[in-house]
Design a protein around this ligand. Structure first.
Ligand code: CTP
Length: 237
């Protein structure tokens, strides 16, 4: 029995994640990857703009953009729009999810309470490794400072206070995470690519670009490229 068969033989494990997923970055992607590994089916609840503004401060991308970005992630099976900021057992039950997965940091609501307190108490909470060195707050700070320091892995860090004060709403809880240490090691490349290699007859399309601050325009472009592949296959025997 291979790994896939044994997964099919037992009950499907349904995993719930939720968050803002603003300016989707590789920290979010790594969280979704780890969450999917903990089960079979991944549902991601995304907070709407109003809910985020109430608890943390307004997001950079609007809810439609944020929903689209997470839908485009290959580990995500389903997106729930407008998920509540505090994760409740009712939400997990409504979507038939066994447990919720969150990065190992604390997220607080407007009252300063842990947003996962209810699922933690019920034993339906699991943690994955938060990716050090990237956060939406950090990205906003980099843009506002137009710093290039994140290109060098030295001990020189951008001015923490300055970036923090201009990039963060006073009610924001996102932690400063410093300079990216996310090195594209062979192990990481395999984890993200799932070790898949092309099969005979597969058409491989090469696209190039900076893909900086990956956004819905990039997703639209990649969707068009993927569709183009089908057309090319259809017209070229
Ligand atoms: N996350 C992560 N690594 C990061 C950033 C986020 O694992 N570097 C995880 C969070 O722990 C959470 C999920 O991604 O489980 C969604 O996070 P989100 O609600 O978007 O916000 P933050 O945790 O505040 O992340 P950021 O500061 O980047 O907005």
């Amino acid at each position: 029995m291979n790994g896939n068969d044994s997964k099919k033989a037992r009950k499907q494990v349904r995993v719930w994640c939720d968050g803002c997923y603003d300016m989707v970055h590789y920290g979010h992607a790594n969280q979704l990857r780890q969450a999917k590994e903990m089960g079979d089916y991944l549902i991601v609840g995304i907070h709407n703009d109003e809910e985020i503004a109430k608890h943390k401060g307004p997001p950079v991308f609007n809810e439609k953009e944020r929903y689209k970005m997470v839908r485009a992630n290959k580990w995500v099976d389903e997106v729930v729009e407008g998920a509540p900021y505090v994760t409740t057992l009712e939400t997990l039950d409504k979507y038939n999810c066994d447990f919720c997965v969150h990065g190992n940091d604390i997220t607080l609501d407007a009252e300063g309470l842990d947003t996962y307190r209810l699922v933690k108490t019920a034993g339906r909470y699991k943690e994955c490794e938060r990716t050090a060195g990237v956060s939406t707050t950090d990205l906003v700070g980099r843009m506002l400072l137009v710093t290039k320091d994140h290109h060098h892995s030295s001990d020189k860090t951008p001015d923490r206070e300055q970036a923090s004060s201009i990039s963060r709403d006073s009610t924001s809880h996102s932690p400063w995470t410093g300079i990216s240490q996310f090195l594209p090691t062979t192990r990481k490349i395999i984890q993200f690519s799932e070790g898949k290699s092309p099969k005979p007859g597969d058409r491989i399309i090469y696209v190039s670009g900076a893909f900086d601050l990956f956004h819905i325009g990039h997703v639209d472009f990649l969707e068009k490229v993927a569709a183009l592949d089908v057309i090319i296959k259809a017209i070229i025997p």
